[in-house]
Design a protein around this ligand. Structure first.
Ligand SMILES: Cc1ncc(COP(=O)(O)O)c(C=O)c1O
Length: 430
């Protein structure tokens, strides 16, 4: 992250900001600063403006709805944009995931999903994975462990949360997917034979691709074993698709790579291309068992955000953007692998579709993470006109989340800037 400068003395210093720059506006895939300089935006407000800035179809849908009804409307009945988006979201899932509760943010939806799991199962236990990030509200924070700063000073956290090993193949299992699957499953079984019986676990919550924790995909075999484990013990499997969803990984939902169907899916970020909206999706049967009035929200699912959400889904479908994520993701990955082949400061390039992490190490043999170079590189890329963000508990990873409708030319431009910028940073300067 760039060093703090006093641009806005009355804005809280608590929010972490990757760049100390003053932005004026966005257009398509470029963000413009107040000096009029354009930056190729591969940050997208952290995977939020997945269709770029001021997307014409989304903007038109927002304009039309603003003139009709802004809301909120939920407490007094139904309205077409909200009902329609629920139908459209349900249609992107297997038949069993047919009931949608709209909320405002990822964290809020994670909290709601945890409440659903406890109430429906009558069990207290929540299992999440080390290195995961699920948000900042109390429940979401309690299942988050991607950085200790997110938890420090807030103890005691939500009781009943147990953290298990995430199958981070490169970082923890010598790059061996099979060993990662076996090791993480063994840890889960140890957890449920020492800390909490599986019969007391309400849910297992997982990001199919860990986002903030380091852009680390769970091997598909792990998700399959997890599904079987949950089935065996009557545990609800919750997929946090807040960052990995909406075509980002080359499938509409990242869990599809494993051929499984979770019991609950949590969505946010790209859902309305920038307007606040999130959702909990499960079977209608589960939400009926959750019970009327068991959860709620004044603002969740307002008509304007939902109108934007319908435009997002229509654009993804009609412009074949999931397919674009596959094709452009392959180009991006091979460009990054070419750079990695010539620079041993990069230890690993990983991730499906356009959710690619580039992990930096001090030494390829020991894999000791380099928590300095990525932030330095991200700042230098911004100077060169490209916005890319870091992630990982030590900021050891540069994450790639281009817009879903990115072009091949923009991928080449970004890879070139990234490669040249990295080459321009001497080893001792990082
Ligand atoms: C996987 C994941 N879950 C949940 C959240 C929390 O979402 P929000 O910031 O909208 O509360 C995030 C945010 O980065 C996320 O990446």
């Amino acid at each position: 992250m760039e060093a703090a400068a006093p641009i806005a003395p009355h804005l809280t210093p608590v929010l972490g900001r990757y760049f100390q720059r003053d932005w004026s506006h966005g257009q398509g895939h470029r963000l413009y600063d107040t000096a009029g300089r354009a930056y190729l935006d591969f940050a997208n407000g952290i995977a939020v403006t997945a269709l770029g800035h001021v997307h014409p179809r989304v903007t038109a849908a927002i304009h039309a709805q603003v003139d009709k009804l802004i809301g909120p409307i939920n407490a007094v009945g139904f309205t077409e944009p909200i009902t329609r988006l629920a139908d459209e979201i349900a249609a992107t899932f297997a038949d069993t995931l047919d009931s949608v509760m709209f909320l405002n943010s990822g964290s809020e939806a994670i909290d709601g999903a945890l409440k659903l799991a406890r109430r429906v199962t009558g069990r207290p236990g929540i299992v999440a994975f080390r290195g995961g990030f699920h948000g900042r509200t109390w429940g979401a924070m309690s299942v988050t462990s991607s950085a200790i700063n997110y938890r420090t000073g807030y103890e005691p956290l939500l009781p009943g949360v147990h953290l298990s090993t995430f199958p981070a193949a490169y970082r923890d299992f010598g790059g061996d997917d099979d060993a990662a699957v076996a090791g993480a499953m063994a840890d889960l079984r140890t957890l449920t034979s020492t800390d909490i019986p599986a019969s007391s676990v309400a849910c297992v919550l997982i990001e199919p691709v860990q986002g903030e924790g380091g852009f680390t995909p769970a091997p598909p075999a792990f998700l399959r074993e997890l599904r079987a484990f949950c089935d065996e013990y009557g545990i609800l499997l919750i997929a946090d698709e807040v960052q990995s969803g909406y075509g980002r990984t080359g499938r509409m939902w990242a869990f599809e790579h494993a051929g499984i169907v979770p019991d609950v899916v949590v969505l946010a970020k790209a859902i309305a291309n920038g307007l606040p909206l999130s959702a909990i999706v499960s079977s209608r049967e589960l939400q009926e068992r959750w019970g009327r009035g068991a959860h709620g929200s004044t603002y969740g699912g307002n008509p304007v955000a939902c109108a934007a959400g319908s435009a997002v889904l229509a654009t993804i479908r009609e412009d074949s953007l999931v397919e674009n994520a596959v094709a452009r993701g392959a180009e991006l990955r091979s460009g990054l692998e070419r750079i990695a082949a010539e620079d041993d400061r990069i230890g690993n390039v990983r991730g499906p579709g356009m959710m690619i992490g580039v992990e930096f190490v001090k030494d390829r043999a020991t894999r000791e993470p380099d928590g300095t170079l990525p932030d330095r590189l991200s700042a230098a890329c911004a100077d060169a006109g490209l916005l890319v963000l870091t992630c990982g508990s030590k900021h050891e990873v540069v994450r790639w989340i281009p817009p879903l409708d990115v072009t091949a030319a923009e991928i080449s431009e970004a890879v070139e800037i990234f490669g040249e910028t990295l080459a321009g940073i001497p080893r001792d300067e990082a």
